[in-house]
Design a protein around this ligand. Structure first.
Ligand code: PLP
Length: 374
């Protein structure tokens, strides 16, 4: 969407509010409701190739949301029913038996599990590298696909997308970035040289803890066609109602993320130097080891940070004493949540906490968190 008054694109807030909305028509809603259809009318003849004919192959509610997300990502967006559906669809579309695949060793655990268990028959050469590196010479030699995740979940480490994409491309590899923690307004991997960006839109993009959804966006038309075909033939399609809820929720992404980042900054400030807290990491914190790298490629900060308490019991006690923070294993929602990641098998200490700052008032949150820790 280009601003008709000039050549500059609209800002993030405008694009979140307006993206994928139809031109105004008197008497029509601003954002049309979900279209529920298994078959569509064929109009009494063989189908015209430019209309919807069957709900597994196409749905106008998906396309409206794909247009909104694709515009923010800067590519063609293919909507999928969850973040894992986005990851599995992309990996299955790109990888062939015996291929080499680079994965983050410290990224989302189900991605590694999927590759290990569900892609076992491809006998892939899986090379796991921690997000902050080191990325040795030859790391991409003979590799088909490099999957990066930055900031990584749950460690909140950052890698340099542009530099790694350049090296990977020089070695003939394709690059995909899991952009879940950053969101499309926090980071634009396609602009930084990635071939594909994917995300779990279950998290901050929808942000109300009530929808599972995911997407992949790519530059290349043929790649987008390949992913669409994979979605249609695999049958793993998003629900129209979830897609509409996501589109409705996306309108406030800019506002929610701004408040979440503001709350994360206030909480991180209150927690640094706290005697019960160690290992505090947030890319927005100036002394964070990832800060400089993150500042160069991220467009804004998000609300997710991490820290450690003494042990599992201390985390349980912290959640019990808090009036505002709830234990839940997701992030990016409008409620502040805490997840003790070791319970899910992440390779982190027992007292490791991933904290997702919500949209509550900063002063209330800081007071509540300090009170629960004391
Ligand atoms: C949650 C998450 C996923 C998986 O998304 P679902 O919507 O739960 O399938 C993938 N990658 C990252 C980084 C995530 O945080």
């Amino acid at each position: 969407m280009t601003n008709p008054a000039g050549t500059d694109p609209f800002g993030d807030g405008t694009r979140c509010v307006q993206g994928g909305h139809p031109d105004p028509v008197a008497g029509n809603p601003l954002l049309p409701g979900p279209v529920f259809a298994a078959p569509y009318h064929l109009g009494g003849s063989d189908r015209a190739t430019d209309t919807d004919f069957y709900g597994r192959a196409g749905n106008p509610t998906w396309r409206a949301l794909e247009s909104a997300i694709g515009e923010l990502d800067g590519g063609h967006c293919v909507l999928l029913p969850s973040g894992m559906a986005a990851i599995s669809t992309l990996l299955r579309a790109v990888l062939r038996p015996g291929d080499a695949l680079v994965l983050p060793s410290d990224g989302y655990y189900a991605t590694r599990q999927f590759v290990r268990d569900e892609l076992a028959e491809l006998a892939l050469d899986v090379r796991e590298v921690p997000t902050p590196g080191p990325w040795p010479d030859g790391a991409f030699d003979g590799v088909r696909l490099v999957l990066l995740e930055t900031p990584s979940n749950p460690g909140m480490d950052v890698c340099d997308i542009a530099a790694l994409a350049e090296r990977a491309h020089a070695a003939g590899a394709r690059v995909a970035v899991d952009n879940t923690t950053a969101t499309p307004i926090g980071q634009r991997p396609l602009q930084l040289g990635a071939d594909a960006v994917l995300a779990s839109d279950t998290k901050a993009l929808t942000g109300h803890s009530d929808v599972l959804l995911g997407h992949v966006s790519v530059h290349d038309d043929a790649f987008a066609e390949r992913l669409l075909r994979a979605r249609t033939l695999s049958g793993a399609i998003p629900g129209p109602f979830e897609s509409w809820l996501a589109h409705r929720s996306m309108g406030t992404l800019d506002l929610r993320l701004a408040r979440q980042a503001e709350n994360a900054a206030a909480l991180v400030d209150a927690l640094r130097g706290h005697p019960a807290v160690s290992g505090l990491r947030w890319p927005g914190l100036p002394e964070d080891p990832s800060h400089e790298r993150a500042r160069r490629q991220m467009r804004r900060w998000g609300g997710v940070f991490r820290f450690e308490l003494a042990d599992a019991g201390s985390v349980e006690e912290f959640v019990r004493r808090s009036r505002l923070v709830v234990g839940a294993t997701s992030f990016g929602g409008m409620h502040s949540t805490v997840d003790r990641r070791a319970q899910w098998g992440d390779p982190v200490p027992e007292g490791f906490v991933r904290f997702s700052a919500g949209c509550e008032d900063s002063a209330d949150l800081v007071a509540d968190v300090l009170n629960a820790l004391d």
